[in-house]
Design a protein around this ligand. Structure first.
Ligand SMILES: C[S@@+](CC[C@H](N)C(=O)[O-])C[C@H]1O[C@@H](n2cnc3c(N)ncnc32)[C@H](O)[C@@H]1O
Length: 750
């Protein structure tokens, strides 16, 4: 239920209010929507289907004779396991999720999951279409996932959504997904980032990244050393402009200043440059240490989640995709640094999309790239080795041993490069080092993974001529040339601060007591002229990539929102902190703007859900009352450290009012923090199976909590120059650039 009261309407921008109303009143064309959903699902079969399509999925007959004939003939599964393989493929997919976030928060959440939500499931007897009464639904910890943070539940998404007994678990998954504490992701889809072995100093390229579940993992691994800004970065790319905004959304949840989202056909990913550390005045070609090539595919290994594939499966699908899969992988190998690692993956069983693509690239690359065995990185995972023999087939289901047998009319579809290596060459390629996961092996979807390492430049890679790519320092100082239009929407520019002298920086530096280590040239805005609204932060490495390549790559988004304009007359600096960027800037903020408060005080600010009545200072502990005495009003950092062995550390954006103190967090974050603190959050944890009239407290449930994005005034107790959305939101120029840069995502709940 999305209830908007009058105060809230006053505080919403007119634009966002109209957008809200428009959304509700817009004519809903069911058929057009279904078509759009189908198109989207085809682009990435790993994603969950849209609600409308799901209903229709239940009626699908899960059979396809050609599918069975093709894969039986290819021997993708041992004969003795075939019936179990097919039976599993026809059943719904179990839910899996990972616990994410900072180490101390993840550990606390993990404890809660095990002690509360899983213990509930253990004593449960579920009646579902597929499970017989009393069947075990015990959660499984995925033994190969680093830190033990990933779980598989023997329950489908529908089981969890439809069973009242599981409403708390469902609310937990929905709310924590919104808060970034949990990532719901299919088990097998978690594998490629794990075997890519990303470290904080790596330059990482995700070539086909949207919607970004694997990108999220890559970013998490990049930030493994929590207190340090990674020196590496993740460039997440997708050819589909609209899907790039899914990446923006994903990146926003992770609050990383080390991510860059680009929009290119990765088969033609442009060559980029970075500063040469050996010679800082010059540039050198950018090569990546880690590359993920999670290519578009037929998706037939996702049949459990996308049953409509049963209706349209044909050998043609795989044959048609082989070419683009090969081109993307080949370009990936070119962009890979010598000594670097690349992971190629698909959610298809088809050897034409898998081993044939791998074999084609290995053949061309000679000894410069090789497959590696990563069994030691996946303890406990059951899988089959890569195939060394297969027979490509034409759409009419005729199988061919060799290209010479292919009739002329099929020769443009069944290509010579799709055939397996000759038996005498098998030792050159080691295709058995590829990983094939079949659904019945551990009740998952199917998947294919191949891990490459590059030991030398590819035979066709030219020797780099440094003088061709070097730029003189003089050239670097020239104003940026007008940006070339790269197709799709035109993105707003990335305008970096010139340094200490940037007009708004001195007041920010002074108010937040920023220390000398902070580099203001890593701050940027998205407009050349006009009042700066939102200020973003990127890491020095990302700044270098953007500054050196802005004219040659289409950057959709970068930077984490760190300061937001907030013209409040009680605050001398016109910018408040943003929760999104807090983790990146907090180490530079001085003690003048930090308040280390006690657990009960933090709970008090978080439990306050009336923006016009923030908790008054007199209600806090003596400790906190003393701290805030003489503490200038305005934006600040609220810190909490658990004294026990858990070491839980929470850092939130707060607001010191003239007579009050509050947190300045979005609703899902508020619920997340209350949950971690073991405090009461029951008003956000309603049972949707109960009639609204039976439920006490505010009309908020976890489903709506994630979209409850109203803006409130941080300083209503002072009733002065309010921080109206007009004053603090992104306005016009900052808002068309894909950062969905709406102020509404942060809400004062304290
Ligand atoms: C299998 S999905 C990727 C899933 C993603 N890695 C994840 O884990 O969420 C394939 C993606 O490749 C994109 N794509 C297709 N052809 C591409 C190309 N030539 N260059 C870059 N991206 C491409 C599609 O738009 C789609 O988003």
């Amino acid at each position: 239920m999305n209830v908007i009261n009058l105060t809230q309407i006053r505080l919403l921008t007119l634009g966002s209010y109209l957008k809200r109303m428009g959304r509700k009143n817009r004519q809903y064309n069911k058929f057009a929507q279904r078509k759009r959903d189908r198109k989207e699902a085809e682009k990435n079969p790993q994603e969950k289907p849209a609600a409308d399509t799901r209903k229709h999925y239940e009626d699908i007959v899960r059979e396809n004779a050609s599918f069975e004939e093709y894969y039986k003939s290819q021997k993708v599964c041992p004969e003795g396991e075939w019936d179990t393989f097919m039976k599993t493929l026809k059943s719904n997919l179990p839910t899996a999720f990972r616990i994410t976030g900072s180490k101390s928060e993840a550990a606390a959440l993990m404890k809660l999951v095990q002690s509360q939500y899983f213990s509930e499931i253990l004593n449960l007897k579920l009646h579902t279409d597929e499970k017989e009464d009393g069947e075990e639904i015990k959660p499984t910890n995925l033994p190969w996932y680093p830190g033990g943070y990933a779980w598989q539940l023997h329950l489908s998404r529908t089981d969890i959504r439809r069973n009242e007994a599981l409403y708390k678990l469902h609310n937990f998954l929905v709310a924590e997904t919104a808060a970034g504490g949990v990532s719901r992701q299919e088990t097998v889809s978690m594998i490629p980032p794990v075997v890519l072995d990303v470290k904080p100093h790596h330059k990482v390229l995700d070539m086909c990244a949207a919607p970004g579940s694997k990108t999220a993992q890559l970013i998490e691994f990049l930030h493994a050393e929590e207190d340090k800004m990674p020196t590496g970065f993740v460039m997440a790319n997708d050819v589909d402009n609209s899907r790039c905004y899914m990446l923006v959304h994903q990146a926003k949840r992770l609050n990383s200043p080390c991510i860059l989202i680009t929009n290119h056909d990765s088969a033609f990913m442009p060559a980029l440059e970075v500063t040469d550390e050996q010679n800082p005045g010059a540039s050198k070609p950018l090569k990546f240490d880690r590359i993920l090539c999670d290519v578009p595919c037929s998706g037939d290994a996702t049949l459990r989640k996308n049953p409509d594939i049963w209706l349209k499966w044909s050998t043609g699908n795989g044959n048609n995709l082989h070419g683009i899969q090969y081109r993307v992988l080949k370009r990936g190998c070119e962009l890979l640094e010598v000594g670097g690692r690349l992971v190629y993956s698909t959610c298809s069983f088809n050897p034409v999309e898998n081993e044939a693509v791998v074999h084609r690239v290995l053949q061309e690359a000679g000894d410069s790239v090789k497959l590696v065995d990563v069994a030691d990185m996946l303890p406990g995972l059951k899988y089959k080795p890569g195939m060394t023999y297969w027979r490509p087939a034409s759409k009419d289901m005729v199988f061919y041993e060799k290209y010479e047998d292919v009739p002329e009319k099929w020769q443009t579809v069944v290509r010579p490069q799709m055939f397996p290596p000759k038996p005498e060459d098998l030792g050159k390629y080691n295709l058995e080092k590829c990983i094939r996961i079949l659904p019945h092996q551990q009740d998952t979807g199917g998947f294919f993974v191949a891990v490459f390492e590059k030991s030398a430049p590819l035979p066709w890679e030219k020797e780099e001529k440094p003088q061709e790519v070097q730029k003189s320092t003089e050239e670097k100082k020239e104003p940026p040339k007008k940006k070339r239009r790269m197709g799709g929407y035109r993105e707003d520019p990335f305008v970096f601060f010139s340094g200490d002298k940037e007009d708004v920086f001195p007041s920010i530096k002074e108010f937040y007591d920023l220390n000398a280590d902070f580099d203001p040239t890593c701050l940027l805005t998205r407009c050349h002229v006009g009042k700066k609204k939102n200020i973003y932060l990127v890491s020095p490495t990302v700044k270098d990539v953007v500054a050196r390549n802005e004219g040659s790559i289409k950057i959709i988004n970068t930077g984490v929102k760190t300061f937001v304009r907030c013209d409040n007359k009680n605050m001398v600096c016109p910018f408040r902190l943003s929760q999104e960027g807090l983790a990146s800037i907090t180490q530079f903020i001085g003690s003048n703007r930090r308040l280390r408060i006690l657990r009960d005080d933090l709970i008090l600010v978080l439990q306050n859900d009336n923006p016009s009545k923030p908790p008054e200072v007199r209600l806090f502990s003596q400790h906190t009352q003393e701290l805030v005495q003489g503490f200038a009003s305005g934006s600040c950092v609220l810190e909490y450290r658990e004294e026990d062995e858990s070491g839980l550390q929470l850092t939130l954006v707060g607001w010191r009012g003239v007579n009050s103190l509050r947190a300045y967090t979005a609703t899902p974050d508020t619920v997340h923090y209350l949950r971690l603190l073991g405090a009461d959050y029951s008003k956000y944890d309603t049972n949707k199976f109960k009639k609204a009239s039976d439920v006490p407290g505010p009309e908020v449930d976890a489903e709506t909590a994630e979209t409850n994005d109203d803006v409130t005034n941080p300083e209503t107790d002072d009733v002065t120059a309010p921080d109206t959305p007009e004053a603090s939101s992104s306005g016009t120029t900052d808002n068309q650039n894909g950062d969905n840069d709406v102020e509404e995502t942060e809400q004062s709940t304290g």
